[in-house]
Design a protein around this ligand. Structure first.
Ligand SMILES: [Zn+2]
Length: 101
């Protein structure tokens, strides 16, 4: 299971199908867990991963960002990270699966 640290807290990154609504991901700072639905394209998994990270940053810092703002910030960060791999040598969820076939 992949892990990521957010403000010093280690989160498990889990991949499993989310049923019952239109959610593509979910996260909990009580359980230190981020869940990504693997039925998305790899680039969408990355976007969802960043979306959940922005939710957690908002929670920890008490920013109270609404869903639309979280979506816009994550989409903006995603484009910057993907379009500038020389600057951000990150391995985001989904990216490794695409490269390995
Ligand atoms: Zn959200």
């Amino acid at each position: 299971m992949e892990k990521i640290k957010i403000f010093g807290h280690q989160y498990d990154v889990d991949y499993r199908e989310l049923r019952g609504d239109d959610r593509l991901g979910e996260s909990s700072n009580a359980q230190n867990r981020i869940v990504i639905d693997p039925w998305q394209a790899p680039s969408q998994q990355e976007d969802t991963f960043l979306h959940e990270i922005v939710h957690q940053i908002s929670n920890v810092l008490g920013l109270k960002l609404d869903e639309g703002t979280v979506w816009r910030l994550a989409a903006g960060l995603h484009t910057i990270i993907v379009d500038n791999p020389q600057v951000f040598s990150l391995r985001l969820p989904g990216r490794g699966e695409k490269e390995s076939g």
